[in-house]
Ligand binder design. Structure first.
Ligand SMILES: Cc1cc2nc3c(=O)[nH]c(=O)nc-3n(C[C@H](O)[C@H](O)[C@H](O)COP(=O)(O)O)c2cc1C
Length: 325
């Protein structure tokens, strides 16, 4: 992937504030990925300084950097330069977060530290207020293709757009010499009703093939990848690799480095088993004809058992003078 050999066609996608789940945060994710030779993408909003996460990597381990562009463009160029010097393998510019989406749970249930005196007042901020106030979420909505050209010119590192959601935008990305795109809707956490990346992938690859552009750009997807078969579906449709966000956070939050290693091993085991069952000996044997894609075109509402069973429902907000239970 992006010129680097790894032990599997999947990577750990960048996610903010891993320390909220485990004390060692991105450091244990780095070590777990290193032990299994899987690429870690480091978030711009990581809980440890970038240098510490790079230092936590094993010798020769590859990491990518996810860049949130803020109004201070010079800071972006400085970070890209720093990444280049420190041996980071690619820059993933996130393009689906000009502002924070309307995350209703985040709006209602804000975490607070012991010395957070203004907790009560923060409880009912709008998403844009939340975005402006919180440095983790502060992004710049004026990012344009010109910025992408400038980033590209400033570095030898591959520049990747993370959060592309339309075939048309991939075609423009190719015109701008972008090295790869990640079809992603940010794990369904930004715009309501945004399409599943796997659907966009199934539309994109035939168009790229027809225009003979399929060798001009690498295509990745993320979002909802949980099992070996999910990875294989994406590869059959033409993705070079896939990213996983939450699975790595869950594994790390519960078990730290060990959990990350185990999550990767499970995926590897499943991939090998599933490929044998498919009769595929190598990645290039994974082709679209192995899939039945008819259901992609029939929109059926499925009951979301994972959501219903695993997530707490939104509780109604508390009245100002209502006592806490
Ligand atoms: C808690 C959390 C934090 C995230 N933080 C970032 C981030 O800082 N930058 C970014 O580009 N994407 C971020 N993402 C999105 C992931 O990189 C990825 O696109 C998404 O999680 C993939 O979906 P999945 O969780 O279903 O695998 C975050 C996702 C989650 C769940």
């Amino acid at each position: 992937m992006l010129g680097v050999k790894t032990a599997g066609p999947f990577y750990c996608s960048g996610a903010a504030q891993a320390k909220l789940g485990h004390e060692e945060g991105e450091l244990s994710i780095a070590r777990g990925c290193g032990r299994e030779n899987i690429i870690q993408m480091i978030s711009s909003a990581a809980s440890y300084p970038l240098g510490d996460i790079i230092d936590a990597a094993l010798k020769g381990q590859k990491q990518w950097f996810q860049l949130y562009v803020t109004e201070n463009r010079q800071a972006s160029f400085d970070t890209i330069k720093y990444c280049e010097e420190k041996g980071i393998g690619a820059i993933f510019v996130t393009v689906d977060t000009p502002q924070l989406g309307r995350r209703e749970k985040d709006l209602r249930i804000r975490f607070a530290t012991d010395d957070d005196e203004e907790e009560e007042e923060e409880e009912f901020m709008s998403s844009s207020e939340l975005g402006e106030k919180d440095p983790i979420y502060y992004k710049d909505a004026s990012l344009t293709w010109k910025d992408i050209d400038d980033f590209k010119q400033s570095t030898k590192l591959p520049i990747v757009l993370k959060g592309v959601q339309r075939v048309e935008d991939v075609l423009i990305a190719i015109e701008h010499g972008v090295d790869a795109v990640v079809l992603s809707n940010h794990g369904g956490r930004q715009l309501d009703y945004s399409r599943a990346p796997v659907e966009v992938l199934s539309e994109l690859m035939p168009v790229l093939k027809e225009k003979q552009l399929d060798n001009k750009i690498e295509v990745y997807i993320d979002g909802g990848i949980r099992r070996g078969t999910d990875v294989l579906k994406a590869l059959c449709l033409g993705a070079k690799g896939v990213g996983l966000g939450r699975p790595f956070l869950y594994a790390n939050s519960a078990y730290g480095e060990k959990g990350v290693v185990r999550a990767i091993q499970l995926l590897k085991e499943e991939l090998i088993c599933d490929m044998k069952l498919l009769g595929a000996n190598k990645i290039s044997d994974l082709t679209p004809d192995l899939l039945d894609t008819k259901s992609l075109h029939i929109k059926q509402a499925h009951r979301d058992l994972l959501y219903d069973n695993a997530y707490d429902p939104l509780t109604p907000p508390r009245f100002k003078d209502e006592p806490l239970n």
